[in-house]
Design a protein. Sequence first.
Length: 251
Amino acid sequence: MNLPVLTVADLHVAYGKVDAVYGIALTVPAGQIVTVIGPNGAGKSTLLNALAGALPNNASVRGAASLLGQSLDGVSVETRVARGMCLVPEKRELFASMSVEDNLLLGSYRRYLAREAGYDDQMPVVFDLFPRLRERRKQLAGTLSGGERQMLALGRALMSKPQLLMLDEPSLGLAPLIVKEIFNIILRLKQSGVAILLVEQNARAALQAADYAYVLETGNIVLQGAAAELAGDPKVIETYLGLSGKAPRDA
């Protein structure tokens, strides 16, 4: 059995007196894709930001989380990245006035500061995954299409050589064909050995890609199991897949 890359136990996040997520427990094993699906406002992005250490100052967090067996309690964002955690946020947060290549190099900046030899050695890997980024390496990030910006955000994250890649709504705002391409790339990343925690509103795509799934509603996990099994669960089908029968595996 794979040892977990990420372990979360009884995680609570509140803004003032309002609980955003509560009692969250989940595990991301090495080399697997784990997805968290649920409606808007369920707390999916709050969960990821809590794990990344990127919550606003008015948020309070309690519970336990560990990355590769090391506690994340009180650990800074920078240290979490140095330990192998990387978040690709929903808004992608690229530097529009910088080139594609320079945005990618920023992803390896921590490795550069640590004086790692070959700190930019993931650039050929990224260009192999995303040939369009190679073609546009000198182009300003702000001129890219939505799909290309998502590819750049993923590529920038990979430059840090993460052990755990956390993806917040990677399909948001993308055309169906581009969504399919992005999820094919996510599957390739899994094959490379990266553990992935995927937060996604496109339940069908997420369940087809993932090994294991959690359903989050109003801040709490209400259902979990093997992704293939949840794809056939009547409640999941009715609520998230919009189908009267089982979700088609080739959708």
